[in-house]
Design a protein. Structure first.
Length: 103
């Protein structure tokens, strides 16, 4: 069983017991959170597609940790102009574990 759910502005395909990294959430470590924007649920071949969301469907998850991701380098250049800028950042992430998918 899997579901496609919107978490922090991005869509993820999730299954029970899966651990994923998402953009930083405003929850403390150990908190249980619920996502209600479920767009699709596949229950052993029985697919239910929402218009736009599936009614009464929820995905429950637990916040495991907050961390910073790998460094992302942003390099800008204009040819023949001598313009070069190198910048970078490390995105703030939250690791969550999917506990169950309710339909």
């Amino acid at each position: 069983m899997y579901a496609i759910v919107e978490i922090a502005g991005q869509q993820f395909k999730v299954e029970k017991g899966q651990k994923i990294f998402v953009n930083r959430l405003k929850a403390k470590e150990g908190d249980n959170i619920t996502f209600e924007k479920v767009y699709l649920i596949d229950n052993d071949g029985k697919v239910e597609v929402g218009t736009p969301v599936v009614e009464n469907a929820k995905v429950n998850a637990k916040v495991l940790s907050h961390l910073k991701g790998n460094k992302v380098t942003v390099f800008k250049k204009k040819k023949r102009k001598g313009y070069r800028v190198k910048r970078g950042f490390r995105p703030y992430l939250t690791q969550i574990e999917i506990e169950n998918i309710e339909n």
